[in-house]
Every structure is written in structure tokens, then in C-alpha cells.
Ligand binder design. Structure first.
Ligand SMILES: Nc1nc2c(ncn2[C@@H]2O[C@H](COP(=O)(O)OP(=O)(O)OP(=O)(O)O)[C@@H](O)[C@H]2O)c(=O)[nH]1
Ligand SMILES: [Mg+2]
Ligand SMILES: [Zn+2]
Length: 292
């Protein structure tokens, strides 16, 4: 038996990269289907070789998480990309993307691209708010290859997906960190005219034997109303130290008295921007639920 990872699946065949680096074309053993488990990209598996480059998947190692769009298992981290400018950073959108990533129990890192356009010090602003929240924040200029090595070192030995709004430079970055596939890059105006192309099958691109990136941007669906209002607090990582210290155990950290989270925000221990984002998103989720 050989251990490997499924990097691609096409009509019943799975392409498994085994530890020594070879790619083996595999069929799945019938038993998975009976158990309602279908192997998917990202699955870590044990295979039995039947020929030099053909095999059978015998066992799927339990998944640590499962992302639906794109369909990928075992994601270690999401790289959330925004640009200093063109388009401007929408902080609520950044917070919502982070919430969605936290809800999947995936680690997020924040990459601020287009540093050549940073005349308003947006990188410093993002860094000061989100580093305090526990995130790693890096800057890149994908056109000039600046910061790309720093990003690459953060990807090492992990499976990563990219997320972020259209036009921030995800595909441009993607093309700088690997040269196996070439993603289409373009400015927003020409894209709108041409209509959008979406990849349905996820594929992992190997940067080295143990480092993979998913070829489609994840977290495109930003409806976060599936989150229960009372669970939203846990998606703000920096609240963790204060939750439970409030006067009321059911505290939503909003209008209650004796709230440790609110106090921390007012004392600057939690960024006031993040606390305000929490309130804004909490009210939005509550309002959406009332409408249903
Ligand atoms: N000035 C500047 N422009 C950049 C940089 N990185 C990418 N761009 C440009 O930004 C535009 C959009 O880049 P893409 O890589 O297509 O953006 P994307 O995030 O993949 O967009 P979607 O595929 O629509 O989600 C292109 O015209 C790029 O050349 C950068 O660091 N600085
Ligand atoms: Mg793109
Ligand atoms: Zn509270």
C-alpha cells in the first residue's frame, strides 16, 4: 500500500500523487460507493498498485474538512486576497470571507496585493487591524514579483485555496507561484463584456511534493446567513479570550451590560473596527432571519 493525495478526478478515474512524487491513475474500490463516500480532490488515500502507474484506492483517510465550492477536501488554509486599490478594500466583505473560512475551520492568511498602488497606506491599516485579530498579513505586487517568495513560504507543505473579490489579482499571483497551468488574467471591464468562465472540477496544482494549491478561487458564495447569530462570536478569533467573562453567559456582546468583549473593544484590546463589523454582521444575520 502507498499513501498519496488525489489531485484530480475525471469520470471515475482519480489521479493520486504518491509520496515519492509519481502520479498514479486509480479506480476506487466499490465499497466507498456503498458507504456513500466518493473520493474527491484533496483526499488523502491509501492505494494498491496494480501496474507501474495504475492502482486502486483502498482507503480514504478521514477528512479534516470539506469545501463545497470548489469541491476540495483537507484544505489547510485559505489565502484571502484584496488589493490596495482597484478595487478598493471593502472591509465588511473581508470580514465576511474570514467568517466563512472560520466556519469551515480553515486557517486564513491575508494577502494585500497591488502594493504599487498603496498611496493611502491600506496595507498598514489592514495589518494593524487583522494582525491583532491573529491573522498573518502580507503584501505583494504580483506584477513585479514582490512578496511572492514570502507568500510561497507560507504555502509550503499545505493545501491552499485562494479567495477574494474579482480583479484583486488572484490569478496573476497564482501564475507567479506555479508554472504548470496558466490562469486567465484581465481587468474587470473586459471581463464583464466577455462573460465569466467558471471551472467546475477542482484540481490541485503541486508546487512541490507536499505543497498544493487549488486551481479555482473558493468561497465565492458569500451568503453567511447559515451562521446562527449566537455562533457568530466564535468566528471572530480575537474574541476568544473574552467570551465567557461577560456577566451573562448568553451574552451576544451587543447591548448587554457587563460585556467583556465590548469592554476589550473600548480599551483597544480588540480593534474597534472588528467589533463594529461584528455588530453590523450580527444585525444583518438577525434581520435576514426575521424576514424568512
Ligand atoms: N497594479 C497592479 N496590477 C495588478 C497586480 N496584480 C494583478 N494586477 C492586475 O489586476 C487585474 C486583475 O488581475 P486578475 O489576476 O485577473 O484578478 P483576479 O483576482 O484573478 O480576478 P477574478 O478572476 O475576476 O476573480 C489584471 O489586469 C492584472 O494585471 C499588482 O500587483 N499591481
Ligand atoms: Mg482570476
Ligand atoms: Zn459579552
Amino acid at each position: 500500500m502507498q499513501k498519496g493525495i488525489i489531485i484530480k478526478g475525471i469520470s471515475g478515474f482519480y489521479y493520486v500523487k504518491i509520496e515519492e512524487g509519481k502520479i498514479i491513475e486509480c479506480k476506487a474500490r466499490g465499497k466507498f460507493r456503498n458507504n456513500n463516500i466518493t473520493p474527491i480532490v484533496g483526499d488523502r488515500v491509501f492505494i494498491e498498485l496494480i501496474e507501474e502507474d495504475k492502482g486502486i484506492i483502498k482507503e480514504i483517510i478521514p477528512r479534516k474538512n470539506l469545501l463545497i465550492r470548489p469541491l476540495v477536501a483537507n484544505i489547510d488554509q485559505a489565502v484571502v486576497v484584496f488589493a490596495c486599490k482597484k478595487p478598493d478594500i471593502i472591509f465588511t466583505l473581508l470580514d465576511k470571507i474570514l467568517i466563512q473560512i472560520e466556519s469551515y475551520n480553515i486557517k486564513a492568511i491575508i494577502c494585500i496585493n497591488k502594493s504599487d498602488l498603496d498611496d493611502n497606506n491600506m496595507f498598514d491599516k489592514v495589518k494593524s487591524i487583522y494582525e491583532k485579530a491573529g491573522y498573518t498579513v502580507i503584501k505583494t505586487n504580483a506584477l513585479k514579483n514582490e512578496g511572492i517568495d514570502d507568500l510561497k513560504s507560507l504555502l509550503k507543505d499545505k493545501i491552499s485555496v485562494f479567495a477574494g473579490p474579482s480583479g484583486v489579482g488572484k490569478s496573476t499571483i497564482f501564475n507567479k507561484i506555479q508554472n504548470k497551468i496558466k490562469m486567465e488574467t484581465q481587468d474587470i471591464s473586459s471581463k464583464v463584456k466577455r462573460g465569466r468562465h467558471t471551472t467546475r472540477h477542482a484540481e490541485l496544482i503541486d508546487i512541490d511534493n507536499n505543497t498544493f494549491i487549488a486551481d479555482t478561487p473558493g468561497f465565492s458564495n458569500l451568503d453567511i446567513s447559515f451562521i446562527e447569530p449566537k455562533n457568530l462570536q466564535y468566528m471572530f478569533l480575537e474574541f476568544k479570550d473574552y467570551i465567557g467573562k461577560c456577566k451573562f453567559t448568553s451574552c451576544m456582546h451587543f447591548k448587554e451590560t457587563g460585556c467583556a468583549v465590548k469592554e476589550a473593544a473600548h480599551n483597544g484590546l480588540i480593534s474597534i473596527e472588528r467589533y463594529n463589523a461584528y455588530i453590523e454582521i450580527l444585525e444583518e444575520i438577525q434581520n435576514n432571519r426575521r424576514k424568512r
